[in-house]
Design a protein around this ligand. Structure first.
Ligand SMILES: Nc1nc2c(ncn2[C@@H]2O[C@H](COP(=O)(O)OP(=O)(O)OP(=O)(O)O)[C@@H](O)[C@H]2O)c(=O)[nH]1
Length: 884
């Protein structure tokens, strides 16, 4: 209890005193009698009633410009509750702050307008403005609806006749078109009222009324939706327009097919905020045309059709929507997706149905303009030479490749690591030379057999301490068959026994005339071991390149050859390619063999990522779908569809080739001869392998005599020994036939021949061979002798059995051995004897055949010179009459 001197104490009753305080709070003290003449002072506080509203205090900002508040004659609609009237003190800022006092809110009952504070007035005014805006909006809406209804009625009347005709057809389709297809359907496309209604401040342009719907219409539509049930689940809003000409059932069915979202966007794809009638009409007309496919309004295109095409690609070529093509196919009972591949016949039907003409192109046309595209002379610029190193085993090919690379790495970029990517580039006197990193003529010819001529110059390595060996000769023949110039590297000159002059003389016998012997072939004495004369060799290469005048156009799309490819665990398919024309860049789409892909990255021989690879540059390409084969050609194509088309074409080609192999070999003598006659070839290439040099020379002489002015045999390669894999690839690359005279092909060669569809023709009598060639050349083909290999058995031991003679204890190593079939005794790939079996036994029983892996006893009819280690080849012979 306080006793303040300033307090004014009033006597209210005789007993009570009220003390007043000067502030807004009145305080008084009432004295109360508590008996026995004693009183007690009770302090009484009377406060002035005060209401505050937090937002009023906060909202010190002026009220936005608006119409002045008008006294509302009546209460606003119940939907818009009036703002609560709030009593505000007229001058709250003059009151001292009362932080301890709780803020109380109270709405005085029965307050009249002139009693309201400024805040209350403002709130009421706002409510009124809002209510009026709503009313204005609804009035506008009603006017818009009316305009739309009129327009729709006109539109509907116009279309009534067309719809009637279409309705009959669609009723027929009913049930088959159960799938939802995303398509705009103007009559059925609903418009979201919320989206089409113009915003309140935006006046509706009278010349371009916008669509919208009244609540009544929405309700009607909802009723219809309820009747239709959940089938309309995808329709986001009911249809705005009632088309009287279209029956309700049909309308519903049409809507059921739609996902409708297109209605909510304008033609540019932006959300539609009120589409004009004209725009809607345009869309309707467009859709109707696409549905009716009126030929009179179509642009007729000539659609180029390959053997197969995807629906997407066909649609693009016709400039039609894929969805329309799919709808058409659905109508025909075929459910397809845009990515599905269809054949040219079906594509032609579709294109014709859509009113276009077609141009069927042959399969190979898909590659037209992609590979072997010629350049104008003026576009060509000098390019580095591409070099392959060949030679006999152990003459130092790998050592020489390594020596050149290492010398260059050391000289060029100190510490640089050159990675093996199948090829590398070195620099000599500022000029680049590309080396293919796979030594040997086999790889060279294998690539050539696939149609790729990647090499410009062949380096023939011959060891100076050795002489010209069988693979040296093979290399010479392979290079000559490819028309590639040779540079001789006489290696190992550091050796005391080295005799380079002997090598030069020996080369003469194989028609390799080196410069020092009066010829034109460049030769360099080198030592791969010591690095002697490597620069001279590089200079010789540059000189030869200059003579060849190697050029390419770097400013075009890239083309080239795959050198090697592998599947890398981390990087996926990695192909080392040699760019031969143009410039390859990341991001481009390439086709390589039957693989394709977008170039993800290019990595050079130093392991660096590069932005481009020009002519004669080897690079690793990342991003292919799979691994192409060495020798496959690659090229950049314009798009994925084209890439897919080419890769599919190539896969089919490979399948056809495999199928063709089943029916006959392309490398048979007869085929070669018939090809010769039809193509007007002047030379007939042959690979001849014989048991002795004498028989090869005899065959070559006999064939030479057969030559006429029109045609003559050309021996691409001949050598003593069995037929090897390298012979097969040479025959494949040179389109040559293989003749084995008293020799056989080893297993690898036989398998390669099967893979490549090359027939190896075996003879043991020269006159038979010559007769065959003669008959073929004169057009009188003898019956084709088709030999089928059955199996091989190796002789493990030879037993001499009394009264029976020599019996071979064998194991079947390949295929099977059959009694009654032909057999050959082969020693070191040379045929020793050909005849028939006298006996074929398993243990003590005579059997008709013995499969691979089993042991058996065999004896020849009238022949006993058999040895352990010999191979018995079993075969069957058929004679097929030739028909041309
Ligand atoms: N003294 C000497 N030895 C050499 C020279 N070049 C290579 N050699 C040796 O000859 C042997 C064969 O060398 P390679 O480089 O493997 O020969 P290659 O022709 O690649 O052999 P293959 O790969 O088997 O065909 C190795 O022992 C080398 O060290 C040389 O210039 N001088």
């Amino acid at each position: 209890m306080t006793d303040n001197k300033d307090d004014k104490t009033l006597s209210v009753t005789g007993k009570k005193t009220l003390t007043l305080k000067p502030s807004g709070v009145s305080q008084g003290t009432v004295r109360q009698d508590i008996g026995r003449g004693r009183t007690k002072a009770v302090v009484v506080e009377t406060r002035k009633r005060r209401l505050t509203r937090p937002e009023d205090e906060k909202a010190s900002a002026p009220v936005p410009q608006a119409r002045p508040a008008e006294p509302a004659p009546a209460a606003p609609r119940p939907a818009a509750p009036a703002a609560p009237r709030v009593h505000q003190p007229s001058a709250p800022q003059q009151r001292p702050p009362q932080p301890q006092q709780p803020v109380r809110q109270e709405r005085p009952r029965g307050a009249v307008l002139h009693d309201l504070s400024a805040g209350e007035m403002e709130a009421r005014r706002r409510a009124l403005v809002e209510a009026q805006a709503r009313e204005v909006e609804e009035t506008k809406q009603r006017a818009i609806d009316e305009a739309r209804r009129k327009a729709e009625a006109e539109e509907a009347a116009r279309r009534a006749a067309e719809d009637a005709a279409r309705r009959a057809e669609e009723v027929k389709e009913e049930g088959t078109q159960a799938q939802e297809v995303e398509a705009p359907a103007p009559a059925a496309v609903p418009v979201r009222p919320s989206e089409v209604r113009p915003a309140a401040p935006r006046p509706a342009a009278p010349s371009a009324p916008v669509f919208g719907r009244s609540r009544k219409e929405e309700e009607e539509e909802e009723e219809r939706g309820a009747a239709r049930g959940p089938a309309r689940g995808k329709v986001v809003a009911p249809a705005p327009a009632k088309v009287p000409a279209r029956p309700k059932g049909e309308e519903d069915r049409r809507r059921g097919k739609l996902t409708v979202t297109t209605a909510d966007v304008d033609e540019e794809g932006a959300p539609s905020r009120g589409r004009s009638l004209a725009s809607m009409r345009r869309r309707q007309e467009k859709f109707r045309r696409s549905q009716m496919q009126e030929p009179r309004e179509k642009i007729v295109r000539e659609v180029v059709l390959p053997e197969t095409i995807t629906i997407q690609e066909l649609s693009q070529r016709m400039s039609e929507r894929a969805v329309d093509v799919i709808k058409y196919l659905m109508k025909e009972g075929q459910m397809m997706k845009p990515g599905d591949v269809i054949d040219a016949d079906l594509a032609e039907i579709i294109a014709t149905e859509f009113g276009h003409t077609v141009k069927r192109v042959s399969e190979s046309d898909v590659e037209e303009g992609i590979f072997d595209v010629a350049d104008e002379e003026g576009e060509l610029l000098p390019r580095p030479p591409v070099v392959t190193i060949m030679g006999h085993v152990d003459h130092g090919k790998t050592s020489l490749l390594d020596a050149i690379r290492n010398a260059n790495v050391v000289a060029g970029e100190a510490g640089g690591i050159t990675q093996h990517i199948g090829a590398y580039q070195v620099e000599q006197n500022g000029q680049k030379i590309t080396f293919i990193d796979t030594p040997g003529h086999a790889a060279f010819t294998a690539m050539r057999a696939r149609g790729a001529q990647a090499t410009d110059i062949a380096i023939l390595v011959v060891a100076a301490d050795d002489s010209v060996m069988p693979q040296t000769i093979e290399s010479i023949n392979h290079a000559k068959a490819a028309g590639v110039p040779i540079i001789v590297a006489i290696n190992k000159i550091d050796k005391p026994t080295a005799n380079p002059q002997k090598v030069r003389t020996e080369l003469l016998q194989h028609e390799v005339f080196v410069e020092s012997m009066g010829g034109e072939v460049l030769d360099v004495e080198v030592s791969a071991k010591n690095g002697t004369n490597l620069d001279k060799l590089l200079e010789a290469i540059l000189l030869q390149a200059e003579i060849l005048d190697l050029k390419a156009n770097p400013n075009r799309t890239a083309e080239g050859t795959v050198i090697e490819a592998e599947l890398d665990r981390g990087r996926g398919a990695v192909a080392t390619v040699l760019v031969q024309k143009g410039t390859l860049r990341p991001g481009q789409i390439i086709v390589a063999g039957d693989q394709w892909g977008r170039v993800r990255a290019l990595v050079n021989d130093k392991g660096d990522h590069v932005k481009e690879a020009g002519p004669a540059m080897p690079v690793e390409v990342l991003g292919l779908s799979g691994t192409p084969a060495a020798g496959d050609k690659f090229a950049v194509v314009e798009n994925e569809a084209r890439a897919r088309e080419i890769s599919e074409y190539r896969l089919r080609l490979a399948r056809d080739k495999a199928a063709a192999r089943q029916s006959g070999s392309r490398g048979s003598l007869e085929q070669m001869m018939s090809q010769l006659q039809t193509s007007g070839m002047k030379e007939f290439p042959l690979v001849i392998k014989g048991d002795v040099q004498g028989s090869i020379e005899a065959i070559a002489g006999a064939l030479d005599k057969l030559g006429t002015e029109e045609v003559r045999a050309r021996i691409v390669h001949s050598a003593v020994g069995g037929v090897t894999e390298s012979d097969i690839s040479l025959a494949e690359a040179s389109n040559a036939a293989i003749i084995g005279f008293n020799v056989r092909a080893n297993t690898q060669a036989r398998q390669a021949a099967e893979r490549g569809g090359i027939e190896i023709r075996y003879y043991n009598i020269i006159y038979d061979l010559v007769d065959d060639v003669k008959a073929a050349m004169s057009g009188l083909l003898s019956p084709e002798r088709r030999e089928t290999f059955l199996g091989n058995a190796e002789i493990l031991e030879v037993f001499n059995i009394t009264k029976v003679g020599k019996v071979a204890g064998c194991r079947v190593t390949e295929g099977k051995v059959e009694r009654g079939a032909g057999v050959r005794l082969v020693r070191d790939n040379v045929v020793i004897h050909e005849g028939k079996l006298k006996t074929l036994k398993r243990f003590k029983d005579e059997v008709s055949e013995v499969p691979v892996g089993q042991e058996c006893g065999m004896a020849f009819e009238n022949y006993e010179d058999i040895r352990a280690g010999d191979v018995i080849e079993c075969f069957r012979v058929e004679h097929v009459t030739r028909t041309l």
